[in-house]
Design a protein around this ligand. Structure first.
Ligand SMILES: [Zn+2]
Length: 297
């Protein structure tokens, strides 16, 4: 996958994590600290340092800083997120609507989201409550290992602008998470949540699977439209994504719980289903082709 030399998104932030200790506590924390100061005479800065106790675990993560890192993974993520911004702006504009860009937080170890706290073990996830994609930095390493991707792709000759093997599989995962963001903007996630409350657990799980498959399809739509835009695909990239689609089942759409992001226990569709829906989006380049829910709701 070719990615160097393109715009990087300004919506990517890094979070040091620091073993899960919250450094800041956001606007909510500042307000609460202010109240504490008024009522109890507690120094607001002291209260902020114990922000976790004050605000609880459910506040959005603010232990973030503007990324200054120029390392490969951060730059790669910025470019892929920017690519999704370009494509989804285009698609929403065509539909007479406006796309609202999500944030993406790259974290080490642990992170606190509006959907709860998460660790590296949680895997990549999207939190609708803060419209943010969360990615652990170790995800890139693990993904290469899990997918058996080693070294450079054979046949890559144009050094300096050629992607490493595995790049597109990583981009696919980011595009899938952004697909959950699109579902949130379109009101699909809300509809699924409402419908899920009125049906049996098994039926609710089925809806979750359909939601996952739609995010796969949206990732395919993105890949097709981005290819039209910047011709970024290289030989073998689609196979890479299909391999990823069939092997990565541990992503999840985190729901606001106020506690930890709980690993879900439903399946994300069979490998075959995931590949099928990704391919459908890829071939059509059309959001309309991604109606996984047809007949289900
Ligand atoms: Zn997902």
């Amino acid at each position: 996958m070719k990615w160097q030399g393109r715009r990087g998104s300004s919506n990517v932030r890094t979070s040091s994590g620091g073993g899960g200790k919250m450094v800041g506590s956001g606007i909510g924390g500042i307000i609460i600290a202010g109240i504490l100061w008024l009522v109890f005479g507690v120094n607001p800065m002291t209260a902020l340092q114990t922000g976790q106790a004050v605000t609880g675990g459910g506040s959005s993560d603010t232990s973030t800083e503007v990324a200054t890192s120029t390392d490969r993974d951060t730059q790669f993520v910025k470019v892929v997120l920017a690519d999704t911004e370009e494509v989804w702006h285009q698609i929403f504009n065509e539909a007479g609507s406006t796309y609202k860009e999500p944030s993406l937080i790259l974290f080490n170890g642990q992170v606190s989201s509006a959907c709860g706290s998460a660790s590296a073990a949680t895997g990549p996830f999207y939190c609708p409550a803060d419209q943010t994609v969360y990615l652990d930095k170790s995800f890139f390493v693990e993904m290469s290992q899990n997918l058996g991707i080693t070294g450079d792709k054979q046949g890559s000759s144009d050094e300096g602008n050629e992607g490493k093997a595995g790049d597109f599989a990583q981009a696919y995962v980011i595009a899938h998470e952004v697909g959950h963001h699109v579902q949130t903007l379109l009101g699909i996630s809300q509809q699924v949540n409402e419908a899920s409350r009125q049906v049996t657990r098994a039926e609710a799980n089925k809806l979750s699977v359909l939601q996952e498959l739609q995010a796969d399809c949206f990732a395919g739509v993105w890949a097709q439209r981005n290819q039209e835009r910047v011709q970024f695909l290289e030989a073998g990239d689609i196979d890479e994504a299909i391999n990823a689609a069939s092997q990565i089942g541990d992503d999840r759409l985190a729901k606001a719980s106020g506690g930890a992001v709980v690993p879900d226990n439903f399946t994300h569709g069979t490998s075959q289903q995931r590949v099928q829906w990704f391919t459908r989006g890829l071939e059509s380049g059309s959001v309309q082709s991604c109606d996984t829910f047809s007949g289900a709701l």
